[in-house]
Design a protein around this ligand. Structure first.
Ligand code: FPP
Ligand code: K
Ligand code: ZN
Length: 484
């Protein structure tokens, strides 16, 4: 069915249109005036229009700043995609573009291919590109085992002789590269072929992490590098997934300050990253940012059950208030910080916080939610899909593996229900907390936005890889460590 939404787009030039919206002269979605057009509108499309109407610019600030200028430009770029269908994507029964699954798969396959010479400067990000692409392909349901040999080879040479991973051969090891490398290896690994898991030198990795632990509880990103909350999250991810001992290696500098465990002072250090406004920042005293909120919540969800750790170290009321304020209206997607612009990658960095936050709240009705999943899905499907494949920050931007991975992770979070079961947690077991999440199928509340065939795979809310890969990896190393 040709939707009225596509017919309406471009009727006004965007800036004139925005002017009128700002002056409250017109409804965001004009209803068509001929009977013929009315017949074309399903109840679901009407609901979509009602949504656009309900979220039209809430407060107009008359004082102009650089921030208000770019915000207006962003609305001009985004609104035509929410109201119409400038990419001419096939629309679902709710009048919203279908997920362009095949195109996104092709885009990510290409992202795993060769790059022209100017991309040499991206070499330090090689592990990230591999991780984003493999995770994006997995969530789209594409079987990634064909990449396993290449992945193992890539990380065999990027593994530093003293432990940890750098971007490529000869690079110094870095915690972000190590995080992305370990997740990539785990995603293509399979317990029936242990050589993939065993390509990780866990003992050297443990020593590398020991060099990064700081006396105040946090982690440096690299030896002598910056200490920030990414370090806490990345370190806990690899410690827990690979079942590494939490005791500090004998040569760890933090031992000279009386610390004996990777976990010493860590929860309270993360707590100090909570800013005055309730958000979480990279390090104590900095500006709160959504990506760091995810790192903080993820780290605390590994340190212990979120039912205990979130309230112990964070003011959750203030954090929830801050996270809620990141969802932009009428865009529907998230921004990363106060007074900044909607961006598809925050679909995960902020959208992915909710599963963790909800796990720490008293049990609620399975179909209720404290965030607007529909609005996020609308932004992703309408505004973040690039015509030729891949997903973007916002309309007008080029797609990349990073925005493709994290838009899709956010879409998955919006589509699915997942719960935490604290009763299976064993405090005496090594970093056991993050292994008690359960995928509970489709989220059925809210209004319909995506077609059934556009439902994508579950993503583990803490590790951000497929659930099955989390279980297989931890199970493999637990078994191995029992053998001694
Ligand atoms: C600001 O960029 C972005 C940041 C300050 C943080 C970015 C960090 C991450 C995306 C991920 C960290 C997580 C791990 C696991 C390493 P900007 O000013 O360009 O964007 P903005 O205007 O949207 O804030
Ligand atoms: K951004
Ligand atoms: Zn982004």
């Amino acid at each position: 069915m040709a939707s009225s939404r596509s017919q309406d787009s471009g009727a006004l030039n965007p800036s004139a249109r925005l002017e009128e919206i700002l002056n409250d002269k017109i409804r965001i979605q004009e209803l068509p005036d001929s009977d013929q057009e009315y017949e074309d509108i399903s109840p679901e499309e009407e609901a979509h229009m009602a949504y656009l109407e309900s979220v039209k610019i809430p407060i107009v600030e008359t004082f102009r700043t650089d921030s208000s200028e770019v915000q207006d430009e962003t609305l001009e770029a985004v609104l035509p995609f929410l109201e119409g269908n400038p990419n001419d994507f096939p629309l679902n029964e709710f009048g919203i573009p279908h997920l362009q699954r095949e195109k996104h798969i092709k885009f990510l396959q290409k992202a795993l291919g060769d790059y022209p010479a100017p991309f040499a400067m991206m070499d330090a990000s090689r592990p990230w590109i591999v991780y984003w692409s493999l995770q994006g392909l997995s969530v789209l349901g594409y079987p990634i085992h064909e990449y396993s040999e290449r992945v193992i080879h890539t990380f065999k040479i990027a593994q530093h002789p003293n432990g940890g991973y750098g971007g490529n051969y000869g690079h110094l090891p870095h915690l972000a590269a190590t995080y992305a490398a370990v997740l990539s290896i785990i995603m293509v690994s399979d317990p029936t072929n242990p050589t993939t898991y065993d390509s990780i030198n866990r003992k050297n990795l443990w020593h590398f992490l020991g060099q990064l632990k700081q006396a105040d509880g946090g982690f440096n990103m690299t030896s002598g590098g910056e200490e920030d909350i990414r370090g806490a999250y990345c370190a806990l991810i690899v410690l827990s997934l690979l079942n590494l001992p939490t005791s500090l290696p004998p040569d760890a500098p933090a031992r000279q300050h009386g610390l004996t465990s990777f976990l010493d002072n860590l929860g309270s250090w993360i707590g100090k990253c909570q800013a005055f406004d309730g958000g979480i920042s990279a390090a104590p005293g900095n500006e709160a940012h959504g990506a760091y909120a995810f790192c903080g919540l993820g780290a605390l969800s590994i340190l212990g059950p979120p039912t205990e750790t979130l309230h112990k170290y964070l003011d959750m009321d203030r954090l929830i208030h801050w996270l809620s304020a990141r969802q932009c209206a009428p865009e529907g997607g998230y921004n990363g910080r106060t007074n900044k612009l909607v961006d598809g990658c925050y679909s995960h960095w902020v959208g992915g916080c909710w599963a963790l936050v909800e796990a720490g709240l008293p049990p609620q009705d399975a179909q209720s939610t404290i965030w607007n999943r529909d609005a996020l899905a609308r932004y992703i499907l309408c505004a973040a899909q690039f015509a030729k494949g891949g997903l973007v920050d916002k309309p007008g931007k080029r797609p990349d593996a990073y925005h493709t991975c994290y838009n899709l992770a956010g879409l998955s979070a919006a589509q699915h229900k997942c719960t935490y079961d604290a009763k299976d947690y064993v405090a005496s077991k090594n970093l056991d907390a993050a292994f008690h999440w359960y995928a509970k199928g489709r989220f059925e509340g809210g209004t319909k936005v995506w077609a059934e065939k556009d439902e994508i795979e579950h993503v583990h809310p803490v590790f951000v890889i497929p659930f099955s890969k989390v279980e297989q990896c931890r199970g493999y190393f637990e078994g191995r460590d029992k053998e001694g």
